[in-house]
Design a protein. Sequence first.
Length: 94
Amino acid sequence: MNVTSRAKSEFSPVSAAVFSLEDASSLWEDSTDLDLFGVAQMLPWVRGWKDCVNPEVFVAVLRDSGAAILLLPLEIVRLRGVTIARYVGGSHAN
């Protein structure tokens, strides 16, 4: 069996999508699994950051066979003339 066919048979398809915080909230609310997100990215914390600090927040969702395996809240910031997406709260919050 070559590597390509082995990879297809052993791994399920992984997909990624981007959602607004509101649209992704149900994924947090339906999950008690802290493996999907870190403590500093719990929904109340991210909502608080969005409401009080930076309203430009979105959530990248990684799925494996349709099931969410990672929720990654990101914020849009402008640093030194460049617009980037980074972890909500910056490096000190993680």
